[in-house]
Design a protein around this ligand. Sequence first.
Ligand code: NAD
Ligand code: PRE
Length: 295
Amino acid sequence: MNTTRVTSVAIIGVGLIGGSAAAAWRRAGCVDRLIGAGRGRANLERALELGLIDEIAESPADAAARSDLVLLAVPVGATAAVLADIAPALGDRTIVTDAGSTKTGVVADARRILGRAAARFVPGHPVAGTEYSGADAAFAALFENRRVILTPDTETDPAALSTVRGLWEAAGAQVCEMTPEHHDAVLAATSHLPHVLAYQLVDTLAGLDEQQEIFDYAAGGFADFTRIASSSPAMWSDIVQANRDCLLPVIDRYLVELSTLRQALADNDRDAVNRRFERAKAVRDRFVDNRTGRT
Ligand SMILES: NC(=O)c1ccc[n+]([C@@H]2O[C@H](COP(=O)([O-])OP(=O)(O)OC[C@H]3O[C@@H](n4cnc5c(N)ncnc54)[C@H](O)[C@@H]3O)[C@@H](O)[C@H]2O)c1
Ligand SMILES: O=C(O)C(=O)C[C@]1(C(=O)O)C=C[C@@H](O)C=C1
C-alpha cells in the first residue's frame, strides 16, 4: 500500500506534465494542498478553474517557500533560472524534483545552484506525454502504467527519494532509477530522435508542397508518423539542445542506415530492403506486445 503523503506541493509550470501530476496526486489523495506558479497568468487561472491547483502563488519563490515539495515542470532550458529563483526560498527540509526530458544538464544545474540543498533535489522524468501543452491538456491518468525514471546519486537524501518515488507510484507509474548519462543516451534514441525525424519530415514535405498539393492526399500513415511534430517547438528546441551530445551520434547512425537502405533500393536489391523491414517489424511488434502487457 502506498502511504506517501505530502501536505503542500508547489507545481512550477502547470502545463501538460505539471497539471497532470497535480490531477493524479489529487485523485490519489496523497497531497493536501497544490500551489501553482509559472509564467502565464491566463494558464494558471485556467488551472485553478479546472481544479488542478488550489491557489496561484505570486511567484515560483512564493510557492516554494510555502511547500514541502516543489515539482519543476518547466521547459528544460528554464530550469536553471527557476532553480536560482526558488533557491533562497527553500526550507531546510523542502524536497525539489523535476520532470524534465533531459537529465545530465538539469543535475549539473541543481548541483551548481542549490549547493548543499542539492541533496534534496531528486531528478525525475515521467516517460509519458502527448503533443499538447498547457493546463487544458492535463489529465490524471497520464502516468498510469508508464515509466518514471529517477536519476539520483549517492548524495541524494534517501527520504526525499522515497517521497518522490511514492508520489509517482501514487499516480500509477512504474518508477525506476538510472544515471543521468544513461537516461540521456537512451532517451536520445527512443524519444529525441523520433521527434527530430517527425519535425524534419513535415518540414521537408512542406518544401515539396510548394510545387504539389501533397498534404491533400496524406492519410493515416502520415498522421501516425508525424503526430509528435505538433508538439511544442520551444520545448523541443530546449530538449535537443540540452541533449546534443547524445543526439548527434544517433542522428549520424540513422543517416548511415538510411543511406544503406537508399542504396539497396537504388540497386534494386529487394531482399536487402525486405530484410530490414522484417527486422524492424519484429522489433516493433515485440515492443507493442510488451507495452500492452505492462502492468
Ligand atoms: N510534453 C511531454 O510529452 C513531456 C513528457 C515528459 C516530460 N516533459 C517535460 O516536462 C516539462 C514540462 O513540459 P510540458 O509538456 O508540461 O510543457 P507545457 O508547455 O505544457 O507546460 C510548461 C509550463 O511551464 C511554464 N513556464 C515556461 N517557462 C517558465 C519559466 N521560465 N518560469 C516559470 N514557468 C515557466 C509555462 O507557462 C507552462 O505553463 C518539460 O521539461 C518537458 O521536457 C514533457
Ligand atoms: O507521446 C508523446 O506525444 C510524446 O512525445 C511523449 C514523450 C515521448 O515518448 O517521446 C515525449 C517526451 C518525453 O520526455 C516523454 C515522452
